[in-house]
Design a protein around this ligand. Structure first.
Ligand code: C2E
Ligand code: CA
Ligand code: CA
Ligand code: CA
Length: 278
């Protein structure tokens, strides 16, 4: 890098310093965030491509920080993972999502909630017991909880991690592979995993209408998943043309701004009421 002068250098220096301070601050504050009620969940519908209705949703975490305001997970999941806060946070997410699911199941035709789990959580030896305890606490049927995970953690240590997946499968929860196609997926492993759902990453959906190659990748993922007995969900659907293409290709469900952004509990309930009146 070429610095214009001493003052300029210290400008970048200060900026870096500020970022480090903020990171340290967030790391500390995270430990209190649950107790202080600063974390909350938004819910994004997963829409059925044949009926146009939604019966499930993905829970997405947010942090209302007293000093920095609303913080997205991209900014704090890494910090939470490195400081192990993710373990308690992840249990809070699962428990809160299950409680919400059971409320909505009572009043609406609503069936399933999906949560994102970090590889740090999945590597805890107590993870399966913790999941079971949460299901029991909320009297939540196991098949109504979907666990979204990324492929990289599975491939890091396939033997060990496939054993964890099999234990979860035994409990009866649904397993889904998030952001499919973005990591170093190994086709030989995919077929051995006890997965119920493949989620096609947004990066393939973005240009699937204009770019023939992306269209063919989407088509191939849908066929691969179906041939392996999995359900296929497309994420990040923003246009009607994308939705139509996915419907034509036989994709099962989609999520995206086209139907709804991640919604607060109140906004989500409005959608449920709207759908009930259809
Ligand atoms: P993800 O699991 O791939 O979630 C999809 C992300 O795409 C979400 O961002 C969602 O708000 C956004 N999104 C959905 N539809 C559209 C669309 O049509 N257009 C665009 N541009 N974006 C769309 P979000 O909520 O910021 O979450 C980012 C990531 O943070 C998630 O990616 C997930 O990996 C992670 N995350 C979120 N909540 C949790 C959690 O409770 N635990 C863990 N471990 N990770 C979480
Ligand atoms: Ca996800
Ligand atoms: Ca995803
Ligand atoms: Ca994604």
């Amino acid at each position: 890098a070429k610095y214009a002068g001493k003052n300029n250098f210290s400008f970048y220096d200060n900026q870096l310093m500020e970022e480090l301070v903020k990171r340290h601050e967030l790391e500390n504050d995270l430990k209190q965030a649950i107790l202080r009620n600063e974390l909350f969940l938004l819910y994004q519908p997963k829409v059925c491509l044949t009926t146009g209705k939604f019966y499930s949703a993905e829970a997405l975490i947010r942090w209302r920080h007293p000093k920095y305001g609303l913080i997205n997970p991209a900014e704090f999941i890494n910090i939470a993972e490195e400081s192990n806060s993710i373990i308690e946070m992840g249990l809070w997410v699962m428990s809160t999502a299950c409680a919400q699911l059971m409320l909505w199941r009572e009043h609406y035709d609503f069936r399933c909630i999906a949560v994102n789990v970090s590889s740090v959580q999945l590597q805890q030896t107590s993870f399966c017991q913790d999941v079971l305890a949460i299901l029991t606490e909320h009297q939540c049927p196991a098949e109504s909880l979907e666990i979204e995970q990324t492929e990289s953690w599975i491939m890091d240590n396939p033997a060990l991690n496939i054993a964890v997946l099999n234990k979860l499968k035994h409990i009866g929860v649904r397993l889904s592979l998030d952001d499919f196609g973005t990591a170093y997926s190994s086709l030989s492993q995919i077929g051995r995993l006890p997965l119920d759902i493949l989620k096609i990453d947004k990066s393939f959906i973005d240009h699937c209408v204009e770019k023939q190659n992306d269209h063919m990748i989407v088509r191939t993922i849908i066929q691969l998943g179906h041939n392996l007995g999995m359900k296929i969900v497309a994420e990040g659907v923003e246009t009607e043309a994308q939705r139509q293409l996915l419907q034509q290709e036989g994709c099962d469900e989609y999520q995206g701004y086209l139907f709804a952004k991640p919604l607060s509990v109140e906004e989500f309930e409005l959608k449920l009421i709207q759908q009930k009146q259809l």
